[in-house]
Design a protein around this ligand. Sequence first.
Ligand code: DGY
Length: 326
Amino acid sequence: MKPKVYVTRLIPEKGLEMVLAFCDAEVWQGKLPPPREVLLGKAQEVEGLLSLLTDRIDGQLMDAAPRLKVISNMAVGYDNIDVEEATRRGIIVGNTPGILTDTTADFAFALVMATARRIPEACRYVRDGRWKTWGPKLLLGWDIHGATLGLVGMGRIGSGVARRATGFGMRILYYDVVRREDLEEELGLEFVDFETLLERSDFISLHVPLTSETHHLIGTEQFRLMKPTAILINTSRGPIVDPQALYEALKSGQIAACGLDVTEPEPIPMDDPLLTLDNCVIVPHIASASIATRTKMAAMAAENLIAGLKGEMPPHPVNPEVFGGI
Ligand code: DGY
């Protein structure tokens, strides 16, 4: 008999086909995530869950799922899952690292360019019928080449952004809890403390996971240290930036602009004051959204799920200690 699993959204075909070939799978067909009661109900019967970052997988859900062996998240981030609770129950958790690095780094750079050169604002200007002539002071922005980029977090995606920045002749500073002397040499990076990075950077791009330590890592105090021409880019997780402090910093001219792929909360409510600001570019959490990358993510999530159902270590485990790994 095939193991029963629940897939919380329609994922790209390749991954779905792999799941359907091995499992007795029910797939939530809605465009929005399954409501909590649905998830709690479905969890009762399944051995595996293929979840997305929009599903809260906590102790309550695990309690409702006595047969659950594996949670496979189709994302590299897994702050939606209480991993400690999963480990305590012997449930293996998988994620999708590596394959989305370049696509996400491309996108972080796209936000650097969009905000610095005011592209969304300029598009609106044209569509609103306001383009009457070439103007010497029309929609002036900030140069990217020769500017200083501050990367907070020098993991896979942070270093991918650094590689791209070298092509633009940027000076690159970084801060991380782990120093990367190999990359300093290879890419010409300068390691600085967090405050120095905030003070010296023209662009600040965030590449850290959401944890209790990084929650509201960027708030009023940090904006105070930034240059009035600084541009903040967030492609990591929304709650790393305090949204109220961000609004105040953008509105008062404490910083010049920001580009957000992620917000707190998601989706951003339509009455959020950030949506009233021209110097705030917001897109709906799409940094990894290329056809090729989402296909790979779905396939990797399927592989993790199937391995966990077989009682094997998934290729990309978050809590390998469940199977005696490190
Ligand atoms: C992730 O994988 O964590 C991204 O936020 C979505 O691809």
